[in-house]
Design a protein around this ligand. Structure first.
Ligand code: GLN
Ligand code: ZN
Length: 757
């Protein structure tokens, strides 16, 4: 019989109970025992939900108080020396590694593959010694068993674990530590085996990446070693893409099962059919999308399951989600404000469990046994993708006309630059900010009151105008050259636009963990995206009416809106992105028509959209850049287009950055001491650049001379005529007093540079 399996479940609880418990513990308002109780309650709830939903393979150790990669580091005692001052194995030490503590910097944090989940980067020393510490996987397994639930402990595989980490301060490949790690890993599996664990799920998501020969041989070494110990059976689990050229490697490993993500890469089944499936090996097929919120068309999923059955045999097949459900929100039934019809199109983690149960039945008892479920699921999808409320023929018409649009600026950058300068009359080293000003308690309180209907639209707008006016005066007094209105009307740079565009849905409880206790609630792009009316023109024009200096209009770019939303699955992503780009283009043109001379289109998520495999980069960058150009290219030469990206590496995407052809790009550089500019220098980037001169993540007021030093450094690699002066990113999370002081210092630094020969 085929069985239903899950690979992991959301951790926060239906109402983000874990978030609250963590934050109250960190604030010293609750005890470790109280935190432990909440965590145990959530674990129990997750197990019971899965059990009751008919899931046969229920994971354990997929829960974490902060992050599962950090858990592995702590489990194997990979604790850097700077945390040794705290009691080993204590929660204080664990949270210090996650969040930092007095005088001790946290581990670095970075994105988990191409998701919006962030993991803590394990930090090894070149002589790293690994040993097994308090056995969390075993403890959670036993905890579930006490509740009468047999579980499959989930472990991050040794090769992915090392590959995701780094060796501190030295040019040493973390994979060279595999020989040291394996005995500890073996000891862990051994202990699980002794406790009666039948199967473990070992995640090796690195198998969907481009692997080097060293990485392949590390996999071989690791699993050969582990298989020779007395260990539970191993289900090797991959997700987020195709294992493609790593298939041979994966199939040659001495493990008893393999999980593949068939949502992202259904063609893997054909590869398997060609290759042949080893007898007695379990094949786990990820057919329910763990990365999106749509109810599946179970007909289509069942076809994949049936193919898997014909390849591996019914006894060997596991029906599973594509990846852990960690990346999906908890339960769509909590969306009580949502229309039932719309709700019926969605499946969050809890709903996905029922989908798995139907598929398992379909596999075992035949299609007819689940005919009604299949029909309903297909109908939900049909209704969603043809809904007159979300399908807009005008969008299709515009998309068809796209090829007739000019997707490049009319003139070269050099020509535009002189026309813009004539109009804007900016000094050398012009100063500006990235968009947002501090969202003080009073801004947040007033918005909350307005949302609850406690104050009228008119009162709220008057309040926003007051804030804008106050900040226009401040910026003029400080002597900033290109002003912004401050984004006081926005909570979130994607949500704000989503709420004003057609085609978006919003949830109340659709939270997904981003890191630690932080969750995001991505908007849902359900249908055709169109802009019924201008979105920002009023606020920007109001700000411009208060000053002679140029006010910069502030928009979120199409790639970033796409990247930070759940996206409809009935159109390719690039098509959805083009629709958004057209809507932003309209807004850009309306701002220009309203007399706005400078417009910034933020694309902080452009880089994170890069596919996991190098071979797919060019295709992505091509449409991503095209979408930016759709948004930006409609304006006259005199209108200056800015973009902003708040991250580090540019060296490998410079052709794309140049092809965006923004007149000015502002980037985050202060923490890297302008080293990032090297990519721009090496590429001989021609347009203007605003390298951030101070870190906005810290409340510290930057020193004028430090910024002068950074600017001199920038001016030594980039033509000073190309340089702008701005902070690293928006100032929304900062306090007002420190922001004023910081901006004053920044303007002074720019003035000093202007004096220098
Ligand atoms: N304009 C936005 C702001 O200032 C940019 C934010 C970002 O880059 N993430 O807040
Ligand atoms: Zn930024």
């Amino acid at each position: 019989m085929a069985i239903a399996a899950t690979l992991g479940f959301p951790r926060m609880g239906p109402r983000r109970e874990l978030k609250r418990a963590l934050e109250s513990f960190w604030q010293g308002k609750s005890t470790e025992a109280e935190l432990g109780t909440v965590a145990a309650d959530i674990r129990r709830l997750r197990w019971r939900l899965q059990k009751e939903a008919g899931i046969d393979w229920i994971p354990s150790n997929d829960f974490s108080l902060y992050d599962h990669v950090l858990d592995m580091a702590v489990l194997f005692d990979a604790v850097p020396d700077r945390f040794r001052g705290l009691p080993d194995g204590s929660l204080a030490q664990y949270f210090a590694m996650a969040r930092g503590a007095e005088g001790v910097a946290a581990l670095e944090m970075t994105k988990w593959f191409d998701t919006n989940y962030h993991y803590l980067v394990p930090e090894f020393s070149a002589q790293q010694h690994f040993s097994l510490r308090a056995n969390k996987p075993l403890a959670e397994y036993l905890e579930a068993r006490q509740l009468g639930i047999e579980t499959v402990p989930v472990l991050l595989g040794p090769v992915s674990f090392l590959r995701l980490g780094k060796v501190r301060g030295q040019n040493v490949d973390p994979l060279s530590l595999i020989t040291q790690l394996l005995p500890a890993y073996g000891e862990l599996l051994n202990a699980l085996h002794d406790a009666g664990v039948q199967w473990v799920q070992i995640d090796e998501p690195c198998l969907v990446l481009d692997l080097t020969d060293t990485e392949r041989s590390s996999l071989h070494e690791a699993y050969t070693y582990l298989a020779a110990q007395s260990v539970p059976k191993m289900m090797l689990t991959t997700y987020f893409g195709s294992i493609a050229d790593n298939l041979e490697t994966a199939l040659a490993l001495p493990v008893q099962g393999l999980h593949l993500d068939l949502v992202r890469a259904p063609q893997q089944l054909a590869d398997l059919a060609r290759h042949g499936w080893p007898e007695e090996k379990r094949l786990s097929v990820g057919v329910i999308d763990g990365r999106n919120i749509w109810r599946a068309d179970l007909h289509e999923s069942l076809v994949l399951v049936e193919q898997a059955v014909s390849i591996a045999g019914l006894e060997q097949v596991h029906v599973a989600p594509s990846c852990s459900l960690l990346h999906a929100p908890w339960d769509v039934e909590l969306e009580s404000d949502m229309e039932p019809e719309v709700r019926s199109w969605l499946a969050f983690a809890v709903q996905k469990l029922s989908e798995l149960r139907v598929l398992k039945r379909g596999a075992n008892d035949g299609k007819d046994a689940v005919a009604e479920h299949l029909a309903l699921s297909r109908e939900a999808r049909r209704a969603r993708t043809t809904s007159p409320r979300f399908y807009n023929p005008a969008v299709a018409t515009r998309m068809a006309q796209l090829s007739g649009l000019r997707l490049a600026r009319a003139s070269s950058f050099a020509q535009r630059k002189s026309k813009q300068q004539e109009r804007l009359q900016l000094p050398p080293f012009p100063t500006t900010t990235i968009g947002s000003f501090p969202q003080t308690q009073s801004v947040r309180d007033t918005r909350a009151k307005w949302r609850k209907g406690q104050i009228s639209d008119a009162e709220y707008e008057l309040f926003l105008q007051g804030e804008i006016m106050r900040w226009m005066v401040i910026q003029e007094k400080l002597g900033v050259d290109v002003l912004v209105h401050g984004e006081f009307e926005r909570t979130d740079m994607v949500e704000y636009f989503g709420e004003k565009l057609d085609g978006f849905l919003f949830t109340r409880h659709g939270w997904v963990q981003s890191y630690g206790s932080r969750c995001v609630k991505p908007p849902i792009i359900v249908g055709d995206v169109a802009r019924p009316e201008p979105m920002t023109v009023r606020w920007t024009s109001y700000a411009q009416s208060l000053t002679e200096r140029p006010v910069k209009g502030m928009l979120t770019g199409p790639v970033t809106i796409l990247q930070w939303s759940f996206v409809r699955d009935d159109l390719p992503r690039h098509e959805v992105c083009r629709q958004i780009a057209l809507a932003i283009r309209d807004e850009v043109l309306d701002l220009e028509a309203a007399g706005i001379r400078v417009i910034q289109i933020d694309e902080p998520a452009l880089r994170e959209g890069l596919p996991l495999r190098r071979a797919d980069w060019d295709a992505y960058l091509e449409w991503a850049v095209e979408c930016f150009r759709i948004a930006a290219s409609g304006v006259k030469d005199e209108t200056q287009i800015h973009t902003h990206m708040c991250y580090a590496e540019f060296h490998d995407i410079m052709p794309a950055i140049q092809a965006m052809d923004a007149d000015v790009i502002s980037i985050e550089t202060s923490r890297s001491h302008m080293e990032l500019l090297q990519a721009f220098e090496a590429f001989q980037y021609t347009n203007d650049i605003g390298p951030g001169v101070y870190d906005i993540h810290s409340p510290r007021v930057p020193d004028v001379q430090d910024m002068v030093g950074l600017l001199r450094k920038a001016a030594s690699v980039i033509d000073p005529a190309q340089l702008w002066v701005n902070p690293d990113c928006g100032l929304k999370t900062r306090g007002e007093a420190e922001t004023l002081a910081a901006l004053q210092a920044m303007v002074m630094a720019a003035r000093q540079l202007r004096q220098e020969p």
